[in-house]
Design a binder for this molecule. Structure first.
Ligand code: NAD
Ligand code: DAU
Length: 343
């Protein structure tokens, strides 16, 4: 089994690659992984450090918009896990163009390469997001996103992911490709770029700095440990039905204020460390995933997201891996590729 992972040097990608290469992972013994990543600011080869000597791992630096390269890479892949993307909402508000290029055009390029040159029998999983559904009101806590909820993306990031999501659907429908889509809620865990709320707040507090809480702090997110997400993607790859969409979520809704208080407590910080700042424009109020379909049909369940233990474990990881995030914050992580691969 050879798996091509686009965006494999990012947060979820690197956790996915490590997990997939674990010898003990059932069904994937001996699997080979090829990582294709452009190493944008959020791509960090240090996330994959130590794998260079693994004969079942190969890294290729490249862009998902490069059609000929993608055609070469899909030609001998049994599976394509497409998760390369511009991923940060705030950046998409500042400049949406890179998002449209990487997430819409990039996805079209990878899909088209797979259609033209993909290995016979290849499966293609598009890693989408719950943000394509838009926002839920705080007032009705019973409402959740199901796979039938209409897409109503609100940020340029979400719109660009929705474009990829609809292209994945279209390539299955039009060309009968074996394409599946996952729509997951907010992930947390090791190796997350410290622009996202959890690693940003944790590393700020470990440095004695304040944390910028947007608006009234009442926005709600449904938190899932990255290992549970990776396992969901592997489950969909193994057992999913072609053309289907699967929601993935932790049933773990927290307001940002609640999350912040937990992080303050777990890092031994006081309330004076909260700095209320202007709200994110168009800030989605609440995300909540109904993951019944993947649970009932494919037997997936989150096992590593229990709160607050999983949050504490994640904070401990950042405490124990200060060097990793200090190198990210200083920009030093960018030297790693040249050291390993020359150019
Ligand atoms: P990330 O920003 O940490 O990683 C993205 C990776 O994609 C980086 O390594 C980057 O270098 C690479 N990349 C970006 N543009 C590229 C291009 N044009 N060509 C090749 N590589 C490129 O993001 P993440 O949080 O790991 O998210 C991974 C995927 O999961 C994304 O598709 C995202 O939309 C989706 N997702 C994320 C979450 C979350 O909570 N983080 C939740 C649901 C879905
Ligand atoms: O829901 C899945 C999505 O989760 C993924 O598709 C995205 O790639 C991922 O970035 C994430 O999007 P969010 O916008 O929800 O994550 P972020 O960590 O940026 O913000 C989480 C919440 O915290 C959100 O309500 C905004 C708030 N926030 C964020 C930052 C960075 C703050 O209050 N202050 C901050 O400094």
């Amino acid at each position: 089994m050879k798996i091509l992972v686009t965006g494999g040097a990012g947060f979820i990608g690197s956790n996915f690659v490590r997990r997939t290469l674990q010898d003990a992972y059932p069904g994937l013994e001996g699997a080979e992984v090829v990582v294709l990543d452009a190493l944008t600011y959020s791509g960090n080869l240090e996330n994959l450090a130590g794998l260079e000597s693994n004969p079942r791992y190969r890294f290729v630096k490249g862009d998902v918009c490069d059609g000929p390269l993608m055609e070469r890479l899909v030609a001998d892949a049994d599976a394509v896990i497409h998760m390369a993307a511009e991923s940060h909402v705030d950046r998409s508000i500042l400049d949406s163009r890179p998002f449209i290029v990487a997430n819409a055009l990039g996805t079209q390029t990878v899909l088209d390469a797979a259609r033209r040159k993909g290995k016979k029998g290849q499966r293609f999983v598009y890693v989408s997001t719950d943000e394509v559904y838009g926002s839920l009101p705080l007032e009705n806590p019973d409402l959740k996103f199901t796979e039938d909820t209409p897409l109503a993306a609100n940020s340029p990031y979400a719109a660009s992911k929705a474009a990829g999501d609809l292209l994945a659907r279209a390539y299955h429908h039009t060309f009968q490709m074996d394409v599946l889509t996952t729509r997951c809620s907010n992930n947390f865990g090791p190796y997350q770029f410290p622009e996202k709320v959890i690693p940003l707040f944790v590393t700020n507090l470990l440095e004695g700095q304040q944390v910028p809480l947007y608006g009234d702090g009442k926005n709600v997110r449904d938190w899932l440990h990255v290992d549970d997400h990776c396992e969901a993607v592997l489950t969909v790859l193994e057992k999913g039905r072609a053309g289907e969409v699967y929601n993935v979520g932790g049933n773990n809704e927290r307001s940002n204020l609640e999350l912040t208080h937990s992080i303050l407590e777990l890092t031994g910080s006081g309330n004076d460390k909260i700095k209320y700042v202007a709200d994110r424009p168009g800030h989605d109020r609440r995300y909540a995933i109904d993951a019944t379909k993947i649970e009932r049909q494919l037997g997936w369940r989150p096992t590593r997201s229990a709160w607050p233990g999983a949050l504490k474990q994640t904070i401990d990881w950042y405490r124990d891996n200060t060097e990793w995030w200090k190198r990210v914050k200083s920009g030093a992580y960018r030297e790693y590729y040249a050291r390993q691969y020359g150019a």
